[in-house]
Design a protein around this ligand. Structure first.
Ligand code: GLA
Length: 394
């Protein structure tokens, strides 16, 4: 919905005048390469999308937070003084989790009325939840600061960290920082080369001359994804513990080179754990090589690294599945596709492909048709633009 329509809808729901309304937005993300490396202190290379969460907001004088969404009937009313009790909400828990984490971190909030409009597909691996979390954090802190006479710019890296904490502690997914960081810190036409060890980052211009980033959604309902995600995390932790016996100074897998891994991999007796560690350490290398390739405008090399990343996620990390694998296989059959891989956590969700502009139409038609024939599901496609991170829209 356009902002003027959203404001109208807000007034229909909450009353009052359109003039007092504020607008905040934060996007979803696509990760170009560097998967399951963030919680291992490794590198990631995501970009913010133009699909986003938009919030129309107005402060209240009391301590109540009211939530509504354009695509849902349900309404939530919560008190900022009893946030612990809303963890089990079916909708509203991300927002209230953010409020809870903000207050625990010492932010002074105010009650408010919020209307959410999401254009990031839900549950599709494009970080619809991070978009909600970061947009909510930015909104609550901006309104809270103003209500309490605090004149300070909102620190977006802090908002990303708060969003991650809400997801870890309130929602119960042990995610890394990539999604929230990309949502908070993205910049139009740039990808973010982020070192998750210390959150140092560089914005890399995306000069995909003549190519488009095409996202393909498996539209597979994900089940057990949270528990499998948390299981991968603990497998990596076990691998690190073993390697620490010979590399005691390593505090995360991101600090171990591929050379070192090759030298010591025999110490990891459990084959599954060894495969998980090999994926993480080789994926880190691929991120570095990808950034180098893009800096040299070598899109073909970047495409090869994307394919190698997918293969590693399929064979070593085992988070792809028939839907993602089929989309990638079918994508790579199309002339003009130079790379394709799953993006996000896996177990369903989306792939990202780099496609020659002239081939995009054929890509969507052919990949969609062949995927349906082989898997029996209708895929969705988004030719994506790279947008800005979270901000107030004035
Ligand atoms: C999800 C998590 C991220 C990251 C990816 C995998 O999107 O939220 O933190 O771990 O999976 O790379």
């Amino acid at each position: 919905m356009e902002i003027k329509d959203l404001k109208k809808r807000f007034v229909e729901i909450y009353g009052g005048a359109e003039e007092d309304l504020r607008v905040f937005a934060s996007p979803g993300r696509v990760n170009l390469i560097g998967e399951h490396t963030d919680y291992n202190g490794g590198y990631v290379f995501p970009a913010a999308l133009t699909m986003k969460t938009t919030i129309i907001a107005r402060p209240r004088k009391d301590r109540e937070v009211h939530l509504a969404a354009t695509d849902l009937e349900c309404r939530v009313k919560a008190s900022l003084d009893q946030l612990e009790q809303y963890k089990k909400l079916e909708w509203g828990n991300y927002q209230l989790g953010v409020a809870d984490e903000l207050q625990k971190a010492g932010y002074q909030l105010t009650g408010c009325e919020l209307l959410y409009d999401d254009t990031v597909p839900h549950g599709g691996g494009l970080s619809s939840s991070a978009a909600i979390e970061v947009a909510t954090a930015l909104t609550l802190v901006t309104l809270g600061n103003e209500a309490n006479g605090i004149n300070k710019e909102v620190d977006m890296v802090e908002m990303a960290k708060i969003g991650q904490k809400a997801e870890n502690n309130y929602v119960g997914v042990n995610c890394g920082i990539m999604d929230q960081f990309a949502s908070a810190m993205g910049k139009a036409n740039h990808a973010i080369f982020l070192d998750c060890k210390d959150l140092s980052y560089k914005l890399v211009p995306l000069n995909l001359k003549g190519y488009k980033i095409v996202i393909s959604n498996t539209n597979k309902k994900r089940s057990l994804a949270h528990s499998k995600y948390n299981e991968r995390r603990s497998e990596c932790e076990r691998g690190l513990e073993i390697l620490k016996n010979v590399l005691p100074e390593a505090s995360c897998l991101g600090e171990i080179s591929y050379e070192q891994f090759k030298q010591y991999k025999h110490l990891i007796e459990d084959e599954v754990v060894r495969k998980r560690v090999e994926h993480v350490i080789s994926e880190d290398d691929r991120v570095l090589k990808s950034v180098e390739a893009l800096n040299k405008d070598d899109i073909a090399e970047f495409g090869k690294l994307m394919i190698a990343s997918h293969n590693s996620l399929r064979d070593l990390y085992e988070v792809t599945g028939v839907e993602l694998d089929t989309l990638v296989e079918e994508a790579l059959k199309i002339e003009g596709v130079i790379g394709s891989r799953m993006t996000g956590a896996g177990f369903g969700g989306c792939t990202v492909s780099i496609v020659k502009e002239e081939a995009v139409e054929k890509f969507i038609e052919q990949v969609g048709k062949n995927y349906f024939e082989r898997v029996g599901l209708q895929a969705s496609f988004y030719v994506s633009e790279v947008g800005d991170g979270g901000k107030e829209i004035k």
